[in-house]
Design a protein around this ligand. Structure first.
Ligand code: GRF
Length: 203
């Protein structure tokens, strides 16, 4: 199944998906990486792998809806049938979300529904959370709010700071997104055995 990955930065989740997709039995093929930032490191990592890249800048479009239309056009031009948002730092408008309903995933660095939005690691520390983690969910019009496909939890250690906690979470984001995309595509293809996953095996 052709999948586009939409990023704003480093792209480590994209790389994890692209590496998984090299296996013959993985259901997705990553056909494009699209970024709203020309300097996103993930674009270079896509180019190294021979994956098509595309930049859609917000400043080239007068409104968010026009930006969304350009992003939508880039996704469609890639031939993608599903979309993975992976460190994409913009909020999509309701029309764009509706167009991709049931076919767009996001990864969020918290155990949703806790800690929607930004700065999740510091907020988990400030709250005294003993577990933290990451969630892959279907994208809906509300931010970080769609049905959860899969989650992975990690412990919060007494001496953690936001950086150390973020690193522990990122290590589980990669296998989580790989497992969640496979489960999502299986269920989209009508295989109910492709069940949601919780804490997939770690590397
Ligand atoms: C990840 O922590 C993701 O959950 C969050 O932004 C980060 C992106 O990392 N939304 P990368 O660009 O995939 O390396």
């Amino acid at each position: 199944v052709p999948v586009a990955v939409v990023i704003s930065g480093r792209g480590s989740n994209f790389v994890a998906l692209a590496e998984a997709a090299e296996a013959a039995d993985y259901p997705a093929e990553i056909v494009a990486v699209i970024s709203d930032r020309a300097d996103a490191v993930g674009l270079a990592r896509a180019a190294e792998r021979g994956i098509a890249t595309h930049v859609v800048l917000r400043r080239d479009h007068p409104t968010r809806a026009a930006f969304d239309d350009a992003l939508d056009a880039a996704i469609r031009a890639s031939g993608a049938e599903h979309v993975c948002l992976a460190g994409f730092m913009r909020i999509l408008g309701p029309e764009m979300v509706a167009r991709w309903e049931g076919r767009m995933l996001n990864i969020h660095p918290s155990l949703l529904p806790a800690f929607k939005g930004l700065d999740t690691h510091q907020r988990a520390l400030d709250a005294g959370a003993k577990f933290h983690g990451a969630s892959v969910h279907l994208v809906t019009a509300e931010l970080d709010d769609g049905p959860i496909v899969a989650q992975a939890a990690v412990p919060v250690m007494p001496d953690d700071d936001a950086e150390s906690l973020a690193a522990r979470v990122l290590a589980v984001e990669h296998p989580l997104y790989v497992a969640a995309l496979a489960a999502h595509l299986g269920r989209s293809a009508g295989r109910p055995d492709a069940t949601p996953v919780f804490n997939p095996p770690l590397p």
